[in-house]
Design a protein around this ligand. Structure first.
Ligand code: ZN
Ligand code: MN
Length: 500
């Protein structure tokens, strides 16, 4: 038997509006005292009337455009009824049959190993389209706090009414790698569109995965295992682990029981990070269980072409376009991929490029310094985590200026590296460092002759065939010239003089 995983993702992204979706409470309440950021509306008091936050609709449209979605011209609000202590109203305001965004797609780039699996060369990046079914706006619920007491569950309603965009993919992914790449690309696009900070640690982005297996039997027949939905994964790491766990679990389960997918046997499971396993929570509610119906308190939203076009104008260049532009400039795939993943770094690079303008030589040398030296400084100082917080400790003017000094042969590459580290570690400005460059031009012949004269015994050894001495001469000369002369130039000159 052969097994083919089928994976779809639902991603909840917290939109970065000032206020909540239907009231004027502050949207960000991470880390503040429980139940201090609520009002009669978002705490679900009877008789209150919701007022739609237009910014949230703007963001939902912008996010939709960033994911190549079609925007529904007529969109409305529906009540999704269920009881849970953290949902005081007894229903969630969501969108059922008319989501703001529908029928989109994004591209993911498979890294070298996955591309190799797809039959491509080792260095290639293969792109794959993942289709989006829809993205709709809805309000978040509060939080149940279970770990404060053995006897009680505490409730914090601060998060109630926070605007979420729920992004639903088609089941187009076949591995944990693809699922992770997809989730990362969604995060990049939300960040590029500036609709969410997608800070994982603050729960701005949560994943639900839908996994099952297509089973090819030995007689060529196909069947499917029951779909399992694993809810509320809040890191890329647990997303990957949960997908991998489900693939193995379902295969084992199928081999034991032979149970196949039916209309009613979808289950909901919870991921336990400590155990590295999922456990069944309940059999999944069907849409009918939620008794969706249009919310009579909120008007539908009619979205005009003009409204959409106005928002389209504010969209920045998307990551995949940017990625290809960087490749075109001559940056490697690895570097381009890394840069595109970090909007701060990508913007820094673009700012530097516009400072450089059309100076081709400078641009070429700059890209070397950027891809090699600057990134290695960043890697040494940035904290690796779910979110790499990149700090660039050199202004773009100073960095471009430094490379300009190299291009104009004012300093050697070695000295430029020292300058880079001085600026990075000690906050020195390029202007200060420039004043330490000696003015006099160095007569390299003179220095080499002096070094040789002072080390006659080494000269004898060299003439007797000890070639190691050559490097000692290079070292001594570099020391004398304080690193201001290029090592290759010293080597060439030394060879010339010693061969006389
Ligand atoms: Zn409120
Ligand atoms: Mn949802």
């Amino acid at each position: 038997m052969k097994y083919f995983p089928i994976i779809g993702l639902e991603i909840h992204v917290q939109l970065d509006t000032k206020t909540k979706l239907f009231c004027s409470c502050n949207n960000e309440s991470f880390g503040i005292e429980p139940n201090t950021n609520i009002c009669p509306l978002c705490s679900g008091q009877p008789g209150t009337l919701p007022v739609m936050n237009k910014q949230a609709v703007n963001y939902a449209i912008k996010a939709g455009l960033a994911m190549n979605c079609e925007i529904n011209k007529h969109t409305k609000w529906d009540r999704k009824s269920y009881f849970y202590p953290d949902l005081p109203k007894g229903y969630q305001i969501s969108q059922f049959d008319q989501p703001i965004d529908k029928d989109g797609f994004i591209e993911i780039f498979l890294p070298a190993d996955a591309s190799a699996m797809a039959g491509e060369g080792k260095d290639s990046l293969v792109s794959k389209k993942i289709r989006l079914e829809r993205a709709h706006l809805e309000e978040d619920a509060g939080k149940s706090v279970h770990d404060r007491s053995i006897e009680y569950t505490y409730l914090d309603y601060n998060r109630c009414g926070t605007p979420l965009l729920e992004i639903v993919s088609k089941p187009d992914m076949i591995s944990s790698t693809e699922a992770e790449l997809y989730a990362r690309e969604i995060r990049r696009r939300m960040r590029y569109a500036e609709v969410s900070r997608c800070d994982m640690e603050k729960g701005h982005m949560r994943f639900d995965i839908n996994v099952n297996l297509k089973v090819e039997k030995d007689n060529g027949e196909f069947v499917y295992t029951p779909i399992a939905e694993v809810k509320n994964l809040n890191s890329f790491k647990s997303l990957v682990k949960a997908v991998e766990y489900e693939i193995i679990r379902q295969q084992e389960e199928f081999e034991k029981t032979g149970i196949v997918k039916t209309d009613g046997n979808k289950t909901t499971r919870l991921w336990n990070d400590n155990k590295g396993a999922t456990a069944q929570m309940r059999t999944k509610e069907e849409a009918a269980d939620y008794r969706y119906f249009p919310d009579p308190d909120i008007m539908p939203v009619i979205i005009s072409d003009e409204w959409i076009e106005d928002i389209r104008k504010t969209l920045p260049e998307m990551p995949s376009v940017r990625f290809n532009r960087y490749l075109g400039l001559g940056l490697s795939k690895t570097v381009s991929y890394y840069v595109v993943d970090n909007i701060v770094l990508a913007n820094y690079l673009d700012d530097c490029l516009s400072l450089i303008g059309d100076k081709q030589d400078l641009q070429k040398e700059f890209l070397n310094w950027f891809g090699r030296d600057l990134l290695s400084q960043i890697n040494q100082t940035s904290e690796e985590g779910e979110d790499t917080n990149i700090v660039i400790k050199i202004t773009k003017e100073d960095f471009v200026g430094l490379v300009e000094l190299v291009i104009n042969k004012k300093i050697t590459r070695n000295l430029a590296k020292d300058f880079l580290i001085e600026m990075w570690d000690n906050g020195k400005k390029l202007e200060e460092l420039k004043s330490t460059i000696p003015n006099e031009t160095i007569n390299i012949d003179e220095v080499i002759n002096k070094v040789i004269t002072n080390n006659q015994n080494m000269l004898e050894q060299y003439k007797a065939g000890n070639e190691k001495v050559f490097n000692v001469f290079v070292g001594l000369t570099m020391k004398e010239t304080k690193g201001l002369v290029d090592p290759t130039a010293i080597q060439n000159k030394l060879k010339e003089i010693l061969s006389k």
